[in-house]
Ligand binder design. Structure first.
Ligand SMILES: Nc1ncnc2c1ncn2[C@@H]1O[C@H](COP(=O)(O)OP(=O)(O)O)[C@@H](O)[C@H]1O
Ligand SMILES: [Mg+2]
Length: 320
């Protein structure tokens, strides 16, 4: 797949997944990858403050755009701000002051089921239509939330007969169901629960919303899956344990240290085997291309790692 075509083939990429799997990190890495291709990127954080900007070494994002890096801007969307902007845009600006002061804005956005999500989706749609960037990447709420977030237009359509909320819901649904305008990129790590949740979320997103799914982003990979596909009988780990034994013999270390090295190596091998079983399950149960991103040892990827993560994603896209 041509990476530029991947990024520009869809206006909005919604990055979704279970909490902690690496959505924010990979949103930043995808943005860096697109910018390296010469594209103008807008990163959007939803009701979250600081995570995305921190990946670039910056301070928390606000509702207004901030420059995060060359060709990369970011902003954080809150439903309250979207409602105020919506009212101002519809000639109701004079109402917003008293509404904010009385706490009514918060009551409306937090208290009415689905309204918060429809306001956020409305803003994303407005960003898409304004063509403010070549690529818009949205770091969405965690998986369960992502599902309810993306199902809110249908839910509101079922509940509201007509009027502005109905119109907003129809428009949001049109955005979600148009593959040229929007796609979801699911992020997972290779553990039992995130893989289960990814498979279930993928089917529900397609069946219940009709949203297009792009490649699955597989994060924290310890040993790359061979290009030809996962092979459970891959002998590479056996080779590796043979190499450890050889190294121990040649290094001439004492028995206690040799034992510790062997235990550590066996532990690492079990973790790689466990991941291999999960990638096999993912490949069998979810017919989507995968982009793998290697596990980074230490405290997690920082701003200096973004170029490397971006390069890995670009390599993966070229091979897709
Ligand atoms: N490839 C990786 N290797 C090692 N640590 C990672 C990797 N990707 C993310 N992390 C770490 O995992 C944690 C969760 O990542 P984050 O992007 O914040 O997830 P999410 O946004 O899905 O909650 C963070 O501490 C992050 O630094
Ligand atoms: Mg996050």
């Amino acid at each position: 797949m041509d990476p530029s075509a991947f990024f520009t083939g869809t206006a909005v990429h919604l990055v979704a997944g279970k909490g902690g799997v690496g959505r924010t990190t990979l949103t930043a890495a995808l943005g860096t990858a697109a910018a390296r291709l010469g594209l103008e990127v807008l990163l959007v954080e939803i009701e979250d403050w600081g995570g995305l900007a921190a990946r670039f070494g910056g301070r928390a994002l606000g509702y207004e755009e901030t420059v995060l890096a060359d060709r990369i801007r970011g902003r954080s969307l809150r439903a309250e701000d979207c409602l105020v902007e919506y009212l101002c845009g519809h000639g109701l600006g004079r109402l917003t002051g008293p509404m904010i002061d009385s706490g009514l804005v918060e009551v409306i956005t937090r208290g009415t089921p689905g309204i918060k999500d429809i306001l956020l989706l409305g803003k994303i749609r407005q960003l898409e239509q304004s063509r403010c960037a070549d690529v818009i990447l949205v770091d969405t709420p965690a998986s369960g939330h992502a599902l309810s977030f993306l199902r809110s237009p249908q839910g509101l359509l079922d509940a509201v007969g007509n009027g502005p909320v109905h119109d907003q819901a129809v428009a949001a649904l049109h955005l979600l169901q148009d593959a040229a305008r929007c796609q979801v990129l699911l992020v997972t790590t290779l553990e039992e629960t995130p893989v289960n949740e990814t498979i279930e979320t993928a089917f529900r997103l397609e069946d219940e919303i009709g949203v297009h799914l792009g490649p699955v982003l597989v994060n924290g990979v310890l040993a790359r899956t061979p290009r030809r596909g996962p092979d459970p009988s891959d002998p590479s780990d056996t080779d590796r344990s043979g190499a450890v034994d050889r190294w121990i013999r040649e290094a001439g270390i004492d028995a206690a240290l040799a034992h510790a090295v062997q235990r550590a190596s066996a532990f690492a091998r079990r973790r790689r085997d466990a991941q291999r079983r999960q990638v096999l399950r993912l490949a069998e149960q979810l017919p989507l291309p995968r982009l793998e991103v290697a596990h980074r040892p230490g405290a997690g990827p920082g701003p200096d790692d973004l170029d490397e993560l971006a390069e890995e994603l670009l390599d993966g896209l070229r091979a897709c």
